[in-house]
Design a protein around this ligand. Structure first.
Ligand SMILES: [Zn+2]
Length: 176
């Protein structure tokens, strides 16, 4: 056990889209959402959560193969990119904080959204499907295109999210 010394003492405070505030130290790696005094639940995402919190492995693999990332810090497509896409689409609904200096959390970036965790999950899947449809439509490889299309034909976002969440709730340590 190490005791990291933290400048500032009590950690950062997020100003939430709803007008409330949340101390990042009250969040932890296993938290997916919290109940806010505004009456809603807000989703919590950290960059250390693997992208398969939201997406099945076949989608993550295709994304990692097809999406070119430009950042040296995040060479492989991951959760930070997913949240970047959400932020681009819903800039008013997402707040984030760089907590990499705060050893208490064990994460680099924390995002909190106005949506609850289930709604965020649906939004991410919808945005990724759109992104991939766009990317795949430009692919030269016919096998990639037809494989993707056949998988997407059977893909229902809401049903997928329900099933995926139920399945992951059975996993005692979904992020590690
Ligand atoms: Zn709130």
């Amino acid at each position: 056990m190490s005791e990291p010394s933290v400048p500032g003492g009590r950690g950062a405070v997020l100003d939430l889209p709803c007008g409330e505030t949340k101390r990042v130290r009250e969040l932890d790696l296993g938290k997916r959402e919290f109940d806010c005094p505004c009456g809603d639940s807000h989703a919590v995402v950290m960059d250390v959560h693997p992208p398969d919190r939201f997406l099945p492995e076949f989608l993550v693999e295709i994304l990692q193969e097809t999406i070119e990332t430009t950042s040296d810090d995040m060479p492989e497509f991951g959760t930070a990119h997913l949240m970047g896409i959400v932020l681009e689409e819903f800039p008013e609904a997402v707040v984030s904080e760089d907590v990499s200096e705060d050893g208490e959390l064990g994460a680099g970036i924390v995002w909190v959204t106005d949506f609850d965790s289930r709604r965020l999950h649906e939004i991410i899947v919808e945005l990724v499907v759109e992104l991939m449809e766009h990317a795949v439509s430009h692919a030269d490889d016919d096998d990639v295109v037809s494989e993707f299309e056949s998988k997407m034909l059977q893909f229902d976002v809401s049903e997928f999210v329900d099933q995926y969440r139920a399945q992951r709730d059975l996993d005692p340590e979904p992020y590690m």
